[in-house]
Ligand binder design. Structure first.
Ligand SMILES: [Zn+2]
Length: 112
């Protein structure tokens, strides 16, 4: 499965995703790439009801999650009753279709 790459600052250990030119914590520029590991935990979310063209759904939950190795990422939350702190497993799916072209993104499903 395709996944994301995050970056850990070699100076202070701060983990960033997506990539930034300088560390948001200490300003250094030396990073090592890391992949998200383990389960994700929901940190915060919002429910979107006004969706742009190309999304064939009535409402969407968008959330920020944190993996066990502290990588944080934004993605779709595939739950109608999201709860802060809920455990999620990561997936990769079509999130939008524009002019027949599929765009992919992260999605997270509750672990039952
Ligand atoms: Zn740093």
């Amino acid at each position: 499965m395709k996944t994301i790459t995050a970056y850990r600052c070699k100076a202070c250990g701060n983990v960033m995703y997506p990539y930034h030119f300088r560390c948001l914590n200490c300003g250094e520029r030396d990073f090592e790439p890391i992949e998200p590991q383990g389960k994700a935990r929901l940190l915060t979310y919002t429910i979107l009801n006004e969706l742009p063209w190309g999304i064939d759904e009535r409402g969407r939950v968008l959330g920020i999650v944190e993996f066990e190795n502290h990588v944080k990422a934004l993605g779709l939350i595939e739950s109608e009753q999201p709860k802060i702190g809920m455990k999620l497993e990561v997936g990769w799916r079509t999130v939008r279709v524009i002019g027949g072209e599929k765009m992919y993104g992260l999605s997270f499903k509750p672990i039952r």
